[in-house]
Design a protein around this ligand. Structure first.
Ligand code: NOJ
Length: 542
């Protein structure tokens, strides 16, 4: 696929973490009515596609990623009528709505699991993964949970272990049982019939595990910190046969017009691109590409990873880039507030669908919490590394204004997680009033992306910028080429570019200086500055 024609190729995806976006009913937790009240703000960001983390009924052991009913709305977030209104309001603004689908595991309170654990001969028993204890007693094998401890919990009543790669309250569905995928497809049908535009599928590469339940090998380069990393997960993730399952999900989704399937996958290029599918059938439209989150923030490293990803993409595959999500340290905390603008310019000028995380557009920072205030299960289960694995800091309430609770919740309400201490000064309202703010820059950058076909769908080529710390690339074709220059250094840099033209038009700088004509041979990038420039039509790009 070379030209971008579809909404999910040209659009910007924005992840809303519903618990933390806007509380409308005074319980300290965000809700659907709150999101509706903020839709005009989202529209003003020029984002096109909203993805909501789970809003289904759940006991909230993993804050909604433990689903107790795939076809309903948690009362904490509102009602189905609220959801229908949200969907209609999103569509009325020309935007799209994606839900989070969690087919790998349910809540232990899902009726399927309640039945499964009720008796060994219950028809739902084999919908989950049950095993006898190891011959000498103890868990059936050495598999580990992402959140610390074994991936097995013993059920006294039936004398067997069930498997879970996250919490014991998140038992894994057995996707080798012929009835399980159809049951999940039924849930997809429910939302697709309502008009939901697609799904972000949780841990899509983990849906199948080794049928022989073999031990996983030790990881020879384990650094001794996170227990989960002690093993190489060759039998619990990314199994070759998972692709056939994903092809079935995609074929089902394609029974509706123009819907989107995104897969959550943390994989190197060679494995990742297989999740687009092949001649046997399509899989994910967008297997999430998390490389910008994980890479050291260095111009040469980032250039290399962009070029390597572009080179690895199959011909039919559309690229995508992600800067943040609810599982990762926030962008501005990872790279610093000044470089966060450079990162957004990168995200919104690369070829492919961009995904942003709520609050990053105003440069929200991780909010460090003492252990006593942490709620995230991997932190509570591994207190000695809580500050490393806890995800509460990146999930704190959206900072809207300088009022009580920063406008997230009414005065006197206790938000479910504390607000950033500087939210009185660091918020949407303040930045809306400041034409040089991070928010003003984000909006200008997203508007530019929307206005320039070269950014939405043009080709990509990196350039040698002649100086370390500068990442330079072209978007578009010689008839309409844009040049992007990103200074990753906290000092000025003067790139030396392999371009034959003398001048170009600066369209946007991260510093928000006004557009102007600039000399390419005397160009100075200020510290932490990124620029998008339009090159003259002729004689510049070979
Ligand atoms: C990935 C989700 O993004 C994360 O938040 C969750 O804890 C696990 N999957 C388990 O569902």
């Amino acid at each position: 696929m070379s030209a971008a024609a579809n909404w999910w190729q040209t659009g910007i995806i924005y992840q809303v973490y519903p618990r933390s976006f806007q509380d409308s009913n005074g319980d300290g937790v965000g809700d659907l009515a709150g999101i509706i009240a903020r839709l005009n703000y989202l529209h003003s960001l020029n984002v096109d596609i909203l993805w909501l983390s789970p809003i289904y009924p759940s006991p909230m052991h993993d804050f909604g990623y433990d689903v107790a009913d795939y076809c309903a709305i948690h009362p904490l977030f509102g009602t189905m009528a609220d959801f229908d209104r949200l969907l209609a309001e999103v569509h009325a603004r020309g935007m799209r709505l994606l839900l989070d689908l969690v087919p790998n595991h349910s809540s232990h309170l899902h009726p399927w699991f309640i039945a499964s654990r009720s008796a060994r001969d219950d028809p739902r028993r084999a919908w989950y993964i049950w095993r006898d204890p190891a011959p000498g007693g103890g868990p059936p094998n050495n598999w580990l949970s992402h959140f610390g401890g074994p991936a097995w919990t013993f059920d006294e009543a039936s004398g067997q272990y069930y498997m879970h790669q996250f919490l014991p309250q998140q038992p894994e569905l057995n996707h080798r049982h012929p009835e399980v995928l159809p049951a999940i497809l039924d849930c997809m049908r429910f939302w697709l019939d309502k008009g939901v535009d697609g799904f972000r599928v949780d841990v899509i590469g983990m849906l199948l595990k080794d049928p022989l339940f073999r031990d996983e090998p030790e990881n020879p380069s384990w650094n001794g910190v996170r227990e989960y990393q002690r093993l190489l997960h060759v039998h619990t993730a990314n199994l070759p046969e998972v692709h056939a399952l994903i092809r079935r999900m995609r074929a089902f989704l394609d029974g509706w017009d123009d819907r989107l399937m995104i897969g959550e996958l943390y994989l190197p290029n060679a494995d990742l691109v297989r999740y687009y599918g092949d001649e046997q059938g399509a899989e994910c439209h967008l297997p999430f590409n998390f490389q910008l989150i994980r890479a050291p923030w260095d111009a040469a490293v980032v250039r290399h990873l962009v070029d390597a990803y572009e080179a690895a993409l199959p011909r039919h595959a559309w690229p995508n880039w992600v800067l943040g999500n609810h599982d990762q340290k926030r962008l501005a905390s990872r790279v610093g507030s000044r470089q966060a603008r450079v990162a957004h310019m990168l995200l919104l000028t690369l070829r492919g669908t961009p995904t942003c995380y709520y609050g990053d557009e105003i440069g929200m920072l991780d909010v460090p919490l003492p252990l006593a205030l942490m709620q995230d299960p991997p932190a509570l289960r591994q207190p000695e590394i809580a500050h490393l694995v806890g995800r509460d800091p990146q999930r704190t309430p959206m900072q809207w204004d300088a009022s009580a609770n920063a406008g997230f919740a009414a005065a006197g309400v206790r938000p479910w997680l504390p607000l950033a201490p500087d939210c009185g000064a660091h918020n949407v309202a303040r930045q809306l009033a400041d034409p040089s703010s991070a928010l003003a820059f984000f909006r200008a950058m997203s508007a530019l992306r929307r206005a320039e076909p070269a950014l939405a769908s043009g080709s990509y080529r990196s350039l040698d910028a002649g100086k370390p710390d500068v990442f330079a690339y072209l978007r578009g074709d010689p008839g309409n080429a844009l040049l992007v220059l990103l200074n990753f250094a906290a000092e000025p840099r003067c790139p030396v570019l392999p371009l034959s033209c003398a001048a170009a038009d600066l369209l946007l700088s991260t510093t928000m200086t006004p557009p102007r004509r600039v000399s390419l041979s005397q160009l100075v990038l200020a510290a932490d500055e990124g620029m998008v420039l339009r090159l003259p039509v002729a004689g510049c790009v070979a």
